[in-house]
Design a protein around this ligand. Structure first.
Ligand code: CA
Length: 211
């Protein structure tokens, strides 16, 4: 058995044990304790990546690109796994980007993270951005402008998503300041996580919750 299989078995065992503890708490009449525990477990569970192929191990699948850009996967430099993405555009200056549209909950917290390798002065900066659909609330972005020959993290934190949104566009944008950059910019491990618990999980327990 390799390490990954052992970890999976261990996770399965822990989940089973959590279910037993939860059942015991409910049977003991400790419903508020069970609900609190369930909320905590769901919060941990909800931290999975809402983006598909955020590590670019499946090529460019799941991502769309701005018109005329060159968006391909590479084996070096890579932050994790075997592949990362590279992005550039020839013969022009200005913005170039890739994106994914995702369903979001109103009033939830979202965090966008990614690793960026920018070691080319022809690019002025690289940004991660959350654009809320159907909302006047401002987009959220964080950028990296210095050049380094290693991957650096970018994190975009939203306090709360707008009350009138149900979709967001997640963008990685590179700004070209000098046309025909000798090297592209690279990204890896792009992730979007949320505080929001899965829908439809609570009513069964909450109907007995004392007010
Ligand atoms: Ca990767």
């Amino acid at each position: 058995m390799n390490g990954r299989e052992r970890a999976r078995q261990s996770n399965g065992g822990q989940a089973h044990q959590r279910c037993r503890i939860l059942a015991l708490l409910i049977l003991s009449g400790l419903v508020p304790v069970a609900v609190a525990l369930l909320l905590a477990l769901n919060t941990a569970h909800a931290q999975s990546n809402l983006l598909g192929n955020g590590g670019f191990e499946e090529g460019t699948a799941g991502w769309s690109q701005s018109f005329g850009s060159t968006f391909v996967t590479v084996t070096t430099p890579v932050s994790s796994g075997n592949w990362a993405a590279s992005l550039t555009k020839s013969g022009t200056t200005g913005g170039v980007w890739i994106y994914q549209d995702v369903d979001v909950f109103a009033g939830a917290t979202y965090t966008l993270t990614g690793w960026v390798y920018k070691n080319e002065s022809a690019f002025s900066r690289v940004c991660l951005r959350i654009e809320w659909h159907d909302s006047d609330w401002p987009d959220l972005a964080d950028c990296l402008s210095e050049d380094n020959d290693f991957y650096r993290p970018i994190t975009v934190v939203s306090a709360l998503s707008p009350p009138d949104t149900s979709k967001a566009r997640i963008k990685i944008i590179a700004a070209i300041r000098t046309a025909d950059a000798p090297s592209p910019v690279y990204f890896d491990e792009v992730g979007l996580t949320s505080s929001m618990q899965p829908v439809g999980y609570f009513p069964l327990l909450l109907k007995n919750y004392p007010s």
